[in-house]
Design a protein around this ligand. Structure first.
Ligand code: ATP
Ligand code: MG
Length: 394
């Protein structure tokens, strides 16, 4: 039998003139994610009604839980606009919640069809009364009920209990496509998740330092990209081989500047790739003051090697918040696997904390890394990662 899922949109409703385009994009994104699942999707008056066989419920829920643009969703019963049928549906929905331990309740009715005989208030009262009659332990609580029984009178009547929460935000793609600098750490996958929720589709770029970093480190980054793709759909993962560049920086630059210059080289490469791939921004997992390379002065220095927008969604958050989100979205357990994505060999003991902009620009430019970066880009390896949706949700 089919389950009917009612989807609630959030921020899209705040859009004015161009709301229709956002809704259409969400529809396309959802259809893509449901490709392997037999389903019917009806969009009416800005409301999404999804029908899918109950045997696919686990897959459908995990997609809805992760799709940016959806604030919440509920499995609903649908009945004719006929009071006894509505009462039967409400009793069944309440019974389900009672079995799960939710006792106090309130009924919330909405009437899109004003022609229906009872108004919202009268309908809620009638259904509340019927529930209390049938289940003596049931108790109405309009302020802090354990469960809310929702009734929507439309072309038919939809009855459902509390909604599951979605990730909210806006449909992926409405803000164009950016390049996420994805390392194997905790921060960058979380940064990617935040930007997907703001509607930015992503490609990913990983700098590897093989053989100073292992093949497992790359596998870890790929697994992280798969979890992030659970929120945004299939996406590209580019791998740039950076070993030669790092070795040159280590050999020719002052030791305390190596991390600073490495970041600048990353920005330069990301800038080139963005322009080749027509991406509109660079996303990093940087957070102000987290480490020496993430001071305002050092970020100004690395950023000066690109004219793309550099988006740093974690800049003003603290590590505990980032970890909490990483756990929720399912990346944390992968990020803490032991395979390091950068080698201590390349990390100076006393890194420069506040770059002298003019001086460091001159020293970095003297390294003349341009040709090596072009070479690395020419042998860039790209794969498409598929979404992985089992496990946690945000
Ligand atoms: P994360 O910040 O993801 O936890 P990290 O702490 O090892 O990893 P930082 O030193 O904080 O990384 O680097 C700041 C940002 O630079 C990262 O969030 C990421 O966007 C980018 N970055 C660092 N190393 C790499 C890499 N090897 N490949 C791609 N991006 C990287
Ligand atoms: Mg970090």
């Amino acid at each position: 039998m089919d389950i009917i899922y009612l989807l609630k949109l959030g921020e899209i409703h705040l859009k004015g003139e161009n709301r229709k385009q956002f809704i259409e994009l969400l529809r396309v994104n959802l259809r893509r994610r449901l490709e392997a699942i037999p389903h019917k999707l009806i969009v009416r008056d800005g409301r999404f009604f999804l029908y899918a066989p109950d045997s696919y419920d686990a897959d459908v829920s995990s997609i809805l839980n992760r799709l940016p643009g959806i604030n919440g969703w509920a499995r609903s019963k649908a009945t004719a606009k006929d009071l006894p049928a509505i009462i039967a549906a409400a009793l069944e929905v309440y019974k389900n919640r009672l079995d799960q331990g939710f006792v106090s309740f309130k009924v919330e009715s909405r009437r899109a069809d004003k022609g229906f005989a009872l108004d919202s208030y009268a309908l809620s009262r009638e259904l509340g009364h019927e529930i209390c009659e049938k289940y003596p332990q049931a108790k109405v609580d309009v302020h802090t009920p354990d469960t809310v029984i929702n009734v929507e009178v439309r072309e038919q009547v939809y009855v459902y209990a509390d909604s599951e929460s979605g990730v909210r935000g806006l449909p992926v793609g409405c803000a164009g496509k950016g390049l996420l600098l994805l390392s194997g750490g905790i921060d960058s996958p979380v940064a990617g998740f935040h930007m997907l929720r703001r509607g930015l589709a992503l490609e990913n770029l990983y700098f590897n330092a093989y053989p100073y970093t292992s093949h497992e480190a790359w596998e870890k980054v790929k697994s992280l990209a798969e979890v992030v793709a659970g929120y945004g759909g299939p996406m590209q993962l580019h791998t740039l081989h950076f070993t030669e560049i790092q070795l040159k920086i280590k050999k020719d630059a002052a030791a305390n500047c190596s991390t600073l210059y490495f970041r600048a080289a990353m920005m330069l490469s990301a800038d080139r790739l963005c322009k080749q791939r027509r991406l509109n921004s660079i996303v990093t997992g940087e957070s102000l003051s987290q480490v020496a390379s993430q001071t305002a002065e050092n970020m100004r220095f690395s950023q000066s090697y690109t004219d793309m927008a550099v988006l740093r969604p974690l800049c003003g958050t603290d590590k505990e918040d980032i970890i909490r989100t990483a756990r929720k979205i399912g990346t944390y357990e992968i990020s803490i696997l032991p395979y390091e994505d950068c080698c201590v060999l390349f990390s100076p003991k006393y890194p420069v904390i506040k770059a002298d902009f003019e001086q460091e620009r001159r020293s970095f430019d003297r390294l003349n890394l341009g040709p090596m970066i072009e070479e690395a880009l020419a042998s860039c390896e790209t794969i498409t990662v598929q979404p992985k949706t089992s496990g946690c949700k945000a």
